[in-house]
Design a protein around this ligand. Structure first.
Ligand SMILES: Nc1ncnc2c1ncn2[C@@H]1O[C@H](COP(=O)(O)OP(=O)(O)O)[C@@H](O)[C@H]1O
Ligand code: SF4
Ligand SMILES: [Mg+2]
Length: 370
């Protein structure tokens, strides 16, 4: 892994205006979907972005590709500021950054063959010649574990997992540096999830790709991430390398997400942490720490003052006023952690991954691509 970041996001903000009225639209508020988010991704690195539905993960991913315009903040791609680029310049830039969606079916044109779907981005970005594109399409299909004859078929003739492979092949067609993977396995069966994650890992090693991997589930990203960023109601609450985040989560929300954590006090209730209430609306987020309405540790200061993301140890940043005083929660390798929903999901995923590791042939080699 090279230390130079491919992507640097600094104080990124996206507020969606909410208007009322048909003719005279009045601005009545704003959805604070992404608020003051900063992180970077190195070449060849996978940063997982995790949090409950509606916390702003997809909006963050779309801002990075400039499918949405930020309200404020900076996005640097390989050192170049792209937050203010016009649409033409941004279109050219998109050759280097691609996105894979949760539902590939919705993003694949049902009237185009897979061959046409894969050749289109090459034509748009002027990659190769019309004559050599069929060969490139065949190579791409091999790279993602599909067959040359699949080029003549239509998206509906494939299973969910195969369709996600087509989505991945389409992203790879332009040979990008960064791929935003927006919950690419959330809709798939656990065994298929493991196959797609394995494929993404193989491709990363082979082509030196960087990933922003979005998920609502910490179990899935444990295998693919190098670092993990946890998001709550539009803000990052904790970011750390994977080992640190899973072993000693410091933010009460991360602790709740991991949820099978033994409590610091051995006499306390040792069942999993169940958060009270629902995620509040980003239209009117709680003051101070946005998590204070559900946090089991909240004190008066929490509703008055917004906690900044502070570095507690090198590379481990946490946005909590009490992060220094709350004992870090250790999550054991087995034992207590073997209980609870998280451990269950993880075990299921690991079993699926091991089962398929024995069967999956190495990703087919191909010349002429990359
Ligand atoms: N185009 C939009 N207009 C208004 N609100 C939006 C828009 N897109 C997303 N939102 C809101 O922003 C918040 C974050 O959404 P999203 O980024 O999709 O969350 P996630 O991907 O984490 O589920 C949600 O409250 C969502 O309703
Ligand atoms: S700042 Fe307060 S409310 Fe927020 S996570 Fe820390 S203790 Fe909980
Ligand atoms: Mg989403």
């Amino acid at each position: 892994m090279n230390a130079a970041p491919v992507l640097e996001v600094d104080r990124l903000v996206k507020h969606f205006p909410v208007t009322r009225g048909v003719i005279l639209q009045r601005r009545v508020g704003e959805v604070q979907a992404v608020d003051d988010v900063s992180f970077s991704i190195a070449r060849g690195e996978t940063l997982a972005l995790v949090g409950e539905s509606g916390c702003g993960k997809s909006t963050t991913g779309r801002l990075i590709l400039r499918l949405l315009d930020p309200s404020s903040g900076s996005i640097r791609f390989k050192g170049e500021e792209i937050a203010g680029l016009d649409h033409g310049a941004m279109r050219r830039m998109r050759r280097h950054m691609q996105i894979i969606f949760q539902d590939p079916y919705a993003s694949l044109n049902p009237r185009m063959t897979v061959g046409e779907i894969l050749a289109e981005p090459m034509a748009v970005h002027g990659i190769g010649t019309p004559e050599d594109r069929p060969g490139r399409v065949r190579d791409l299909l091999g790279v993602v574990g599909l067959l040359p004859e699949h080029a003549r078929r239509y998206p509906h003739q494939f299973s969910g997992g195969q369709r996600q492979r087509i989505g991945i092949a389409r992203a790879l067609a332009v040979n990008p540096d960064l791929i935003v993977c927006d919950e690419p396995v959330s809709a798939l069966d656990v065994s298929i999830q493991a196959q797609v994650i394995n494929l993404l890992q193989n491709l990363q090693q082979r082509f030196g790709l960087s990933y922003l991997f979005i998920a609502h589930d910490l179990a899935v990203v444990k295998h693919i991430s190098d670092r993990v960023a946890v998001m709550y109601l539009g803000r990052l609450v904790e970011i750390a390398d994977k080992r640190t985040l899973y072993a000693t989560p410091r933010h009460p929300y991360t602790q709740a997400l991991l949820s099978a954590i033994p409590r610091p006090d051995p006499n306390a209730d040792r069942t999993r942490i169940i958060l009270q209430g629902d995620v509040p609306s980003p239209l009117n987020p709680p003051t101070g720490c946005r998590f204070h309405t559900r946090c089991p540790h909240a004190v008066a200061r929490c509703s008055a003052e917004t906690p900044e993301l502070r570095e507690l140890a090198p590379g481990h940043r946490v946005a909590c006023h009490l992060a220094d005083t709350l004992a870090p929660t250790r999550m054991g390798a087995g034992g207590d952690a073997a209980r609870g929903k998280f451990a269950e999901r993880l075990a299921l995923f690991e079993a699926a991954k091991q089962g398929m590791a024995r069967r999956e042939p190495a990703v087919a080699a191909s010349e002429g691509f990359a």
